[in-house]
Design a protein around this ligand. Structure first.
Ligand SMILES: C[S@@+](CC[C@H](N)C(=O)[O-])C[C@H]1O[C@@H](n2cnc3c(N)ncnc32)[C@H](O)[C@@H]1O
Length: 198
């Protein structure tokens, strides 16, 4: 499914997403683990940040200077309302051109929406935008392939290179894999943390 369509679908649920997730702890224990792997604070980026700001707020509380990007203009509008002094950009991560390096990067339940053929170039780009010793946290589906599913009464596309496929890209991108967690077992949802080594 085209990312533009994914963004349009998220536009429709931006406010309800914020209401549901702004006080939730979903993904926060994995974010805390990623932060613990980071030796110092610094610039941070939340890819596909959505509207709840729960990751961005947590990053700020940990001393990072976070920014958010999202393909959905409504997600970003709602996020800006909650954190007006934070830099947000409406961007498809496929088109994002990094202008600096990041100490911490997260892509929680966002890049799993990319078309299959975009997974590898995007993950390589995220790894390349990490500082040395920078930490990346992202989630992916476990089985390799491309699927569609129903969420909030709409169709959404998802794809995965398979866990080993993602790990191989991390290894080839000079990243050390620090944590792999099937955090919702028996659902096929996997959280991965890696650190750039050189
Ligand atoms: C399931 S929501 C997760 C939002 C947020 N990470 C959270 O955990 O609350 C997926 C988010 O990824 C964004 N997204 C999907 N495809 C994207 C793309 N190609 N580029 C940037 N953002 C994207 C969507 O607009 C949506 O806000």
């Amino acid at each position: 499914m085209k990312p533009e369509r994914i963004g349009q679908n998220y536009d429709i649920i931006a406010d309800s997403w914020r209401a549901e997730h702004q006080a939730s702890n979903y993904g926060i224990s994995q974010l805390e683990r990623a932060i613990a792997f980071s030796t110092t604070a610094g610039a941070a980026l939340d890819v596909g940040c959505g509207s709840s700001n729960r990751f961005l707020k947590h990053m700020r509380e940990a001393g990072f200077q976070p920014e958010g990007i999202d393909i959905s203009s409504e997600m970003i509008r709602a996020a800006r309302e909650g954190l007006p002094d934070t830099i947000f950009s409406v961007l498809d991560v496929r088109d994002w051109i990094p202008s600096k390096s990041y100490r911490l990067m997260t892509a929680w339940d966002s890049t799993f929406h990319l078309p299959f053929d975009d997974q590898e170039p995007v993950l390589k780009k995220l790894c390349a935008a990490l500082e040395i010793d920078g930490v990346l946290l992202f989630t992916c589906g476990a089985p390799r392939g491309e699927i569609e599913g129903e969420f909030s009464g709409m169709r959404f596309g998802y794809s995965s290179l398979g866990v080993n496929g993602f790990l191989q890209i991390l290894i080839d991108s000079s990243c050390e894999v620090l944590h792999v967690e099937h955090d919702q077992h028996p659902l096929d949802h996997v959280a991965v943390i890696a650190k750039r080594r050189k």
